[in-house]
Design a protein around this ligand. Structure first.
Ligand SMILES: Nc1ncnc2c1ncn2[C@@H]1O[C@H](COP(=O)(O)OP(=O)(O)OP(=O)(O)O)[C@@H](O)[C@H]1O
Ligand SMILES: [Mg+2]
Length: 261
């Protein structure tokens, strides 16, 4: 049978991000640390990337640049169609607030605020806190299995629950990109599974995820792994035997999460 080659029918993939020759030097009094030495890669929309590599290889530096928390020393970063390297500080904060969701290892929650209030913090910074916000934060808290904990404050929650609040908070601006730096680094294996199931669900919905991790168990859930070494890309390869949760597993994991805590 004569079939058209795939390339003639596939649409060009839209890119969530294009990174070219990205370089970051930290200039200290006594020396200059070359944390990133010219890194290039594209991230198609809907990708799920794990960034791995030894301590000090530049993973967090790269994630901070991708998240517009810092500026590159040289090189280009195009987010969607916008050239981030050319932006002013105000434009960078606007991009950060409107398009990027961050999840850190240390949760960074505010101890005095309740679960729903913590989820609303980015809206407050964007000046978008309004009558509808509570509905949205409640919805997100429920989605991450914390519907019964809306009024709790972080010190009254387990580590996994706090991380789920942080994930809900990262979603409140309906971000284009979810960036996670060792998001499961402080969690036990069952809780790590819960977080990974949540990430998979978000990725299945079409969100682009880039996460830094040290653990093979975690990177096995991504679609692609980029290895850094001394500020350079050592390898960039698809995950061949990707671990994928079935819909039933995702349901079961989120139900367990609700019961367990
Ligand atoms: N603000 C800074 N000032 C100076 N040097 C820095 C700064 N941040 C990071 N570095 C240096 O840049 C290099 C890369 O650091 P980075 O935090 O990106 O590593 P990492 O891969 O995230 O490591 P880890 O796995 O330990 O978190 C390291 O040598 C580090 O010491
Ligand atoms: Mg780091």
């Amino acid at each position: 049978m004569n079939q058209a080659p795939d390339s003639s029918v596939t649409k060009p993939t839209k890119l969530a991000a294009q990174i070219k020759d990205l370089t970051k030097h930290y200039v200290l009094k006594s020396e200059t640390v070359r944390a990133l030495r010219g890194i290039s890669f594209d991230v198609p929309e809907g990708d799920y990337v794990a960034i791995m590599g030894p301590s000090g290889s530049g993973k967090s530096t790269l994630l901070n640049l991708l998240g517009c928390l810092d500026r590159p020393t040289a090189g280009n970063y195009v987010l969607g169609t916008d050239d981030v390297a050319q932006m002013t500080d105000d434009q960078l904060s606007e991009v950060r607030a409107s398009r990027i969701g961050f999840v850190f290892q240390s949760y960074n929650l505010i101890a005095q605020l309740s679960v729903v209030e913590n989820i609303e913090v980015p809206l407050y910074y964007m000046g978008q806190l309004n009558a509808k916000s509570r509905e949205r934060s409640t919805q997100l808290a429920t989605m991450v299995g914390l519907g019964e904990r809306l009024g709790h404050r972080p010190p009254q929650l387990s580590g996994g629950q706090q991380q789920r609040v942080a994930i809900a908070r990262s979603l409140v601006n309906d971000p284009y990109f979810i960036l996670a730096d060792e998001a499961t680094g402080n969690l036990d294996s069952v809780t790590t599974e819960e977080i990974l199931a949540l990430f998979q669900r978000l990725n299945d919905e079409g969100r682009t995820i880039i996460m830094v991790t040290h653990e093979d168990e975690v990177s096995a859930h991504a679609k692609r792994v980029i290895w850094l070494r001394d500020g350079e890309i050592q390898s960039d390869e698809p995950v061949t035997e990707r671990k994928v949760f079935t819909a039933e597993q995702i349901d079961a994991i989120s139900k367990n999460a609700e019961v367990r805590h």
